[in-house]
Design a protein. Structure first.
Length: 143
């Protein structure tokens, strides 16, 4: 098993664009509805996020997808969203039914939103830091 840096075999990590307002809303949604505390979050711009992107051979200078890492496996685009939602429990897991949509089509729809997310939802000038009460939900290097 070839685990990414800072990731343990049982970890579930969501990497998101830290300057994207839509992506930040998604991370807040996860924090609110992940009552079992299954997920850790990391912005792709962070040192931790960059190390994970490098591990999977993904670009570190532009971000067009959310990445979900479970142990040594990674999921991108609509597949990542469905994997995450399926683990949130009822009623959110119901959305997983849309996995019946062919991946090519669901990824095409995902790409349309991802490529226009800054124009549609806005962008922060820099990564938004987690609230102190959410700090434990974010992946951190233990220097």
């Amino acid at each position: 098993m070839n685990l990414p840096p800072l990731v343990n075999v049982d970890d579930r990590i969501i990497l998101f664009d830290g300057v994207c307002k839509l992506c930040n809303s998604w991370s807040k949604f996860i924090i609110k509805h992940d009552t079992k505390r299954l997920f850790k979050l990391s912005s792709v711009q962070s040192k931790e996020g960059q190390a994970i992107l490098n591990h999977f051979g993904l670009p570190t200078d532009h971000f067009e997808t959310m990445l979900y890492v479970e142990g040594d496996r990674c999921f991108e685009k609509s597949e990542a969203a469905f994997e995450i939602i399926s683990k949130l429990g009822f009623p959110w897991s119901i959305v997983s039914i849309f996995r019946i949509v062919p991946r090519g089509l669901s990824n095409w729809l995902y790409d349309r939103v991802a490529l226009n997310r800054y124009r549609l939802f806005g962008k922060y000038e820099q990564c938004v830091l987690p609230n102190p009460d959410h700090d434990s939900r974010f992946l951190k290097d233990v220097d």
